[in-house]
Structures are given as C-alpha cells and as structure tokens.
Write a protein that binds this ligand. Structure first.
Ligand SMILES: *[C@@H]1O[C@H](CO)[C@@H](O)[C@H](O)[C@H]1NC(C)=O
Ligand SMILES: *[C@@H]1O[C@H](CO)[C@@H](O)[C@H](O)[C@H]1NC(C)=O
Ligand SMILES: *[C@@H]1O[C@H](CO)[C@@H](O)[C@H](O)[C@H]1NC(C)=O
Ligand SMILES: *[C@@H]1O[C@H](CO)[C@@H](O)[C@H](O)[C@H]1NC(C)=O
Ligand SMILES: *[C@@H]1O[C@H](CO)[C@@H](O)[C@H](O)[C@H]1NC(C)=O
Ligand SMILES: *[C@@H]1O[C@H](CO)[C@@H](O)[C@H](O)[C@H]1NC(C)=O
Ligand SMILES: [Cu+2]
Length: 644
C-alpha cells in the first residue's frame, strides 16, 4: 500500500477492494477521466446519507405505526453559516439541516408541522409549500405568500396540517423570497402498499438523490446583481452542483473573498450489493440548472414521474428540470467493483460561466457485500478513506444534442391509464417572458402576459376572495409595468377565474430565448404537446396543432418545461377549489414575477378554513407595511429626484 502526491496537489489514492471472503484483496488505482480528488474519509454513512436512505426496516416502522398516524414535526427556521462544498456561506435552514429534514409517511397519515420562524431580520417572513401535494379542500395550507397566506413573520409560528391523500415522491420548500435556494427545502416521501413498486418486496433499498445547483452568494446578493445593470438581464449562474447537500470545491479556483475550507468538502458515496434492486428517487431542487443524470453501466428504469407512476421505461440518462422528480429502479448487475454516478448541468442553458464554475459531478457507487464491509475492506476504509475512483466509463449513446428539454413526452405512459383526455371547456393562452424596461434601469422582470407578480402585502388573494379583507385596506404595492392594479386583487396579479369542475386547456407560448419549467399548484396536468424551435417567431401554437395532441394516456405531471421559442399545451380538470399558483420554477424568474393564479370555484371555499392565527399574521404584515416594500429599480431614482 502506498500513496503519492501528484505535483499539482491532487491526491492519488489507492484502494483496497476485496473480492471474496476467503481470498485477499487486490489493489486498484485510479483517476479515471475525471479529476475529483479531495474528499473526506469516512468509515460510515454520514448523518446526511442516513437521512437519505430507506430500508425495509424504515417502511416497516412506518406501517407498524398504525393507520392515520399523526406526525408531530417541529421545525425551526434559522440562518446558519455552513460550507456544503467547502465554501462558507450563510444559509437559511430548517433545524440546521441541509438539505432539510426528509419526511417519510404513508398515505392516510396526517402531518402536523409546527414551523417557528427564528430568522432575526423583520423582513424575513417564511412559508412552506409542499410541492406536488394537491391540498384538496385545503388551499390555505398551500404555503404561497400573497396567494394563500401571509408569510409567517419572524418570531411567530404556524402549524401546517396536511392530510396525505397521495403517494409518491414530493418535496417541500419555502415559497418566500429566495429562501429555497438559500437551503430551505427537503424531501417528502409518501408510501402506499398499493403502489406498483413496494420497498422490501420489489426493491431492496431506496436512496433519495437530491441534485441541486449551489451558489456561493446568498439569494439576496444574487438578486441584487440580477436586477443591476451588470447582469445585462442574464440570470445568476450557479457555482456548483451538489448531491444531497455535499460537493467539492477546488479552493485554488475560488476568489479570495470567500472562505474555502479544504477539509470540509466531501462527496457522498453510495453502496450497492450485487444482485439487488434499488429505487433511486431523484429530485431536481435546482434554482436554475437542468441536470443530466446517469449511472455508468446501469440502466435506469423510470417508474415514477412527479409522483405519477408510469409504465416502466428504460433509459441510460434522464434530464431533470427544477422541481421535477423521477423514480428509477436500478439493478445492481455490473461487473465493475465501483461505478460513477454522473450528473451534468446542461451548460447550453447558461449564457456565461462564473469563475471556478463546475458543471459536472461524479460520485462513486461501490459494490459491497456485508462481509466485505465488516472485514478487511472496512479496515482499509478506516485507514485510507473511501475510494474515489471507478473504472467505469459513461454510456456512449448517440443521443440528440444537449438541449434544455424533458424526457420525450411520448415515451412516458402513466400506469393508471386515461385512454381519452376530456375535451376542454375553456382554452386559455399565456405568454411568459422576461422583459426589461428603460424606466427600471433595464432590470429584468418575469412576466406572464403583461403582468409581473408581486405578492400583495397583508392581503393574500385567497383572503380577498373570501372577503376577509378589503383591498382598499391594504398596503398598495407598486406595479412593475406602471399600470394600475386591478380592482379586485391587490398588487400586480394575473388571476383567471375558473368554474369548479371545468376542463382547462392552457397553451403556453414561450417566445423567450430560454426554457421555462412551469409548475401548477393544486393539480397535475396532462401534457398534450411540447414543441421547441430554433428560430424566433415561428414556434407559437397554431390551431392546426390540435390534431397532433397526444390524447391517449399522455403523461400527467406537475412541472412541464416549455422549450425556448416554443410552446406546450397542457390540460387539467379544475376540481380543487382555491387560489392556485402557476409559475416558472426557475428561482430568478419566479422571484421577479413570472407567476399567475387560477381562482378555481372560489364560491365553494369554506371561509372558516382561515384561522385567527393566519389573519393575525396578515395584520402583522400590514402593520410593517411599507417597511416590507423593497424599492423596485427605478423607483428610488424617482424618489431622489422628488426630494432634490
Ligand atoms: C442571520 O444571523 C445573524 C446573526 O445571528 C443576524 O445578524 C442576521 O440578521 C440574520 N439574518 C437573517 C436573515 O435573519
Ligand atoms: C434541474 O432543473 C433545472 C431547471 O430547469 C435544470 O436547469 C437542471 O438541469 C435540472 N437538474 C437536473 C439534475 O435535472
Ligand atoms: C466536466 O467538467 C470538466 C471540467 O470543468 C470539463 O472539462 C468536461 O468537459 C465536463 N464534462 C462534461 C460531460 O460536461
Ligand atoms: C446525458 O449524459 C449521458 C451520459 O453521460 C450522455 O450520453 C447523453 O448524451 C447526455 N444527454 C443529454 C441530453 O445531454
Ligand atoms: C394572455 O394574452 C393573450 C394574447 O393577448 C390573450 O389571448 C390571453 O387571453 C391572455 N391570457 C390570460 C390568462 O389573460
Ligand atoms: C370591507 O368594506 C365594506 C364596506 O366599506 C365593509 O362593510 C366591510 O366590513 C369591510 N370588510 C372587511 C373585512 O374589512
Ligand atoms: Cu422561467
């Protein structure tokens, strides 16, 4: 055994690998094509890895807890300085965990999540949205400030009570400001014995893989830059890609204003036992980047897309947009002793690369057997740490060129088939766009049609719809475009009223130069058509496309990526009363207003669902009033010239 130090400071390590119980081991060397080198030696799964894994025991405990278990969950929201990839930065975390706590429960259970906002600054209210849960009949628990609630003010608390009526892979995240990309998100997995693939029966273990882009600056700092002249309207590009909150930074390539710690960065490693099947639940929690995920020498059998079970579909790689989830079954049948799991950010979606930018990520999946782990390999690990390289190479399919698009709509088929999608009762079209205005110093804002959303202060639209507040009593919010606020709703709102039970067809024409992954709250939708163009001006929807819709059992999901210069057509049955957000899931576009709402069957909402506590939070928000208004670019100039 030996190791040597390469000239450029990279460690080259050797590792033991034991092949059978009786014989000894062989040494392997490394450094494949990718120079990932620094890592923390670990002999056991870290706490993070344990939180991300579920075994037959986990599910047994969940089921033995009895029917309709109430999960009492206590969350504290605080800001903390941590270094997920070696670079220290302030983050906003739940219970200090990053990613946040993973909730595991079964269908029929109730979550009672007590959220205490311990953020110091008075403007930092918070909220939790449970992405993918329809919240049927419980619109007030959807967690969107300005739409279904006021933010939970700092120093205050709120309990989200949620009936779990669906199963699958979900996630939760703050819907306030940019807290999601500052670290406030986590997984929510709901099991159901009726599922096609059951843990312990159809697969041996499951591993939650959270892929997300990571910025070395805070969301607010990035936003300030985005809205300034320096950005020229380009979105802030992430510095790194993390898996389960862990990553690696080459400290030599980091600007000196950051504090970079060589010793803390680590890569998660995963273990497979030969002959077993694993379910990977993959979540893209990114702010911005599309990610291409693959495992060398292993086929990904896609079984779930955004909590919709699909007919098994085999592929070598999947591209995941922000907010999307995929479950894949992977059979551990490789002859390699260890292989790479690869995640690449789709570079073509970015318009520039920051200094020290890292777009791809490989981490090792090791093949182990229980004896090896306990025996000599275990000892070797304690001495030398985790192996850092594998001999495998990436799949070399000839696939279409890298583009920011989802898995082909036509290849995904839900298991619970809907042979004929119902005809629409109403058809709406919308055009999302990022636009810049001279009077706002060319700062970019996200629009849907001519409206850029700003959350109404102290007057969420759900409360307005239920006559719990008059908009005339609220703090006026300036509109981005300078147009008048609408008579009914506060702030700058695009609200479309829908009769309960209507089938809505929505055509989204994207004339922008970048793709927009759109997410609908409260419902999932059928995707009838997705189309991208390479030339501006000709990718818009046209009536003759109706004949090309996929109407026979199309995929149902809750996020669809609208390709650049193209369009998508979705349909959904608006059978869930409430104010439901529909927005781009790219953090920068959402935070600058790319959001509209569907007011579905508002007359059927019970006013009593809004608690005293929720009304109090709104009163606090109105009390803070103008303190919560951040001047829009351009407004401060007007103020200056008035006072001058
Ligand atoms: C973060 O914590 C620091 C120190 O505790 C505090 O000064 C700051 O205001 C906090 N920021 C927020 C957003 O709460
Ligand atoms: C996550 O979603 C973002 C936004 O669409 C996308 O750019 C990125 O590639 C996705 N990442 C993965 C791993 O799918
Ligand atoms: C991975 O990153 C390296 C270094 O940034 C780059 O040279 C390489 O082309 C990337 N590979 C892929 C597949 O993007
Ligand atoms: C995704 O990665 C795989 C494996 O590295 C590669 O073969 C494939 O071309 C990539 N797909 C896209 C759409 O970039
Ligand atoms: C958005 O604008 C288009 C084109 O002007 C219009 O036809 C459509 O009705 C608008 N959509 C909504 C939801 O207002
Ligand atoms: C709204 O205004 C009307 C008319 O001024 C008043 O009667 C009603 O009580 C107000 N409602 C609320 C919730 O303040
Ligand atoms: Cu967008």
């Amino acid at each position: 055994m030996s190791f040597r130090l390469a000239g450029n400071g990279r460690f080259v390590l050797l590792l033991f690998s034991l092949h059978c119980v009786t014989v000894l081991f062989v040494l392997w060397t490394l450094i494949g094509d990718i120079p990932i080198v620094h890592y923390v030696s670990r002999t056991r799964h870290s706490a993070t890895d344990r939180r991300m894994q579920a075994t037959a025991k986990t599910i047994q405990e969940i089921y033995e807890a009895g029917s309709r278990k109430i999960h009492h969950i206590n969350w504290h929201v605080r800001n903390e300085t941590i270094a997920p990839d070696g670079v220290m930065r302030e983050m906003i975390l739940v219970n200090g965990e990053f990613p946040g706590p993973t909730i595991r429960a079964k269908k029929g259970d109730v979550l009672q999540i007590h959220v205490q906002n311990d953020l110091a600054a008075f403007t930092q209210s918070t909220s939790i949205h449970f992405h993918g849960l329809f919240q049927r009949g419980m619109n007030e628990m959807d967690g969107v400030p300005g739409v279904t609630q006021c933010g939970i003010p700092s120093g205050q608390d709120f309990s989200y009570v949620i009936d779990l009526k669906q199963s699958g892979t979900f996630w939760w995240h703050s819907h306030s400001r940019l807290q999601r990309i500052d670290g406030m998100f986590g997984g929510l997995i709901v099991y159901d014995p009726e599922e096609a693939y059951v843990l312990g029966r159809d697969y041996y273990e499951e591993i939650f893989v959270v892929l997300h882009d990571h910025y070395h600056n805070s969301g607010d700092a990035n936003m300030e830059w985005y809205l300034s002249k320096e950005s020229s309207g380009f979105e802030p590009v992430p510095n790194n890609l993390l898996i389960n909150g862990q990553g690696f930074t080459d400290c030599d390539r980091i600007l000196s204003r950051y504090s970079c710690k060589r010793s803390v960065s680590g890569l998660p490693t995963f273990q497979f036992e030969h002959g077993r099947k694993y379910r990977l639940r993959i979540l893209n929690a990114s702010a911005f980047a599309e990610i291409n995920f693959s495992i060398d020498d292993h086929i990904l059998n896609v079984i779930e897309v955004d909590s919709t079970e699909v007919e098994e579909f085999s592929t070598h790689s999947i591209v995941i947009s922000p907010g999307q989830r995929y479950s894949v079954i992977v059979e551990a049948d490789s002859n390699f002793q260890s292989v790479y799991m690869r995640a690449n950010m789709q570079n073509s979606c970015f318009r520039y690369r920051p200094y020290g930018y890292r777009s791809n990520y490989t981490t090792v999946i090791e093949y182990t057997s229980p004896l090896e782990t306990a025996g000599v390999t275990g000892l070797a690990r304690r001495l030398f740490g985790q192996p850092i390289s594998a001999q495998s190479s990436p799949w070399s399919d000839v696939l279409p060129k890298e583009e920011c698009v989802d898995l082909d709509v036509v290849s995904l088929k839900p298991k619970t088939a809907v042979p004929n999608v119902p005809e629409p009762d109403v058809r709406y079209s919308i055009s999302p766009k990022t636009m810049q205005f001279d009077k706002r110093h060319l700062a970019p804002f996200g629009f849907i049609n001519r409206t850029s959303f700003l959350p109404a202060i102290g007057a969420p639209n759900l409360h307005v719809a239920l006559n719990l507040i008059n908009t005339s009593d609220t703090v006026p919010v300036p509109t981005v475009s300078g147009r008048q606020n609408t008579a009914i709703w506060g702030g700058d709102q695009l609200v479309t009223q829908i009769h309960l039970g209507s089938v809505v067809e929505l055509i989204i024409n994207n004339d922008d130069d970048s793709a927009h992954p759109f997410h609908l709250h409260g419902h999932d939708f059928w995707i009838l058509r997705v189309y991208g163009e390479t030339n501006a001006g000709i990718g818009k929807w046209r009536p003759e496309y109706i004949s090309s819709y996929v109407l026979d059992n199309p995929i149902r999901r809750d996020v669809v990526t609208i390709p650049r210069l193209g369009h998508a057509v979705i349909r959904f049955r608006a059978d869930n009363p409430g104010m439901w957000a529909f927005h781009c899931h790219i953090a920068w576009h959402l935070a600058t207003g790319m959001m509209m709402q569907f007011a579905v069957g508002v007359d059927s909402i019970d006013q009593n669902t809004i608690t005293e506590q929720m009304l109090e939070h709104c009163a606090i928000e109105r009390g803070l009033g103008t303190k919560l208004l951040r001047p829009l670019p351009g407004d401060e100039i007007r103020k200056d010239s008035r006072t001058a």
